[in-house]
Design a protein around this ligand. Structure first.
Ligand code: IDP
Ligand code: MG
Length: 140
């Protein structure tokens, strides 16, 4: 079982990537693939295409293109559901104590980390960032 996380530009810029990765590994996730990327506007719009038309969409794609982010494919039993629990609610003000967003997020928009919301979306989102060769540990 696997899922996609992205350490978002706010957390990269504030130097929290290492702490977040440690938190993920202590929660039982292993790293299958990772890289640092600066998304283009078309890439961010495509990745978050499901939210196109929502009032926060322009702010979301502007934020996600504002600096580098770190997508990573993570492996663990019950990966999708467990990662959603570990990251906490979208708005850090509503996130449970000890969750990544409670600990590291600035706001509902600048909320430190993305996580896939279903196995189907995890597969799509992992394929968005990583080739088969990278996932096999053969490239990069
Ligand atoms: P999720 O990241 O917890 O799955 P979604 O509802 O899928 O939350 O929204 C995707 C991302 O869009 C959020 O993580 C956040 O960065 C941003 N976002 C969602 N709702 C708002 C909002 O009301 N204001 C600003 N940004 C938002
Ligand atoms: Mg979502």
């Amino acid at each position: 079982m696997q899922t996609l996380a992205i350490i978002k530009p706010d957390a990269i810029a504030s130097g929290k990537a290492g702490a977040i990765l440690k938190h993920l590994q202590e929660a039982g996730f292993t790293l299958r693939a990772a890289r640092l990327v600066r998304l283009t506007l078309p890439q961010a719009e495509a990745f978050y295409g499901v939210h196109k038309g929502r009032p926060f969409f322009p702010e979301l794609v502007a934020f996600m293109t504002s600096g580098p982010c770190m997508p990573m494919a993570l492996v663990r039993a019950d990966a999708v559901a467990h990662l959603r629990t570990v990251i906490g609610a979208t708005d850090p003000a509503e996130a449970a104590p000890g969750t990544i967003r409670k600990l590291y997020a600035e706001s509902k928009g600048r909320n430190a980390i993305h996580a896939s919301d279903s196995d189907e979306n995890a597969a799509r989102e992992i394929a968005f960032f990583f080739t088969e060769g990278e996932l096999a540990g053969l490239v990069g």
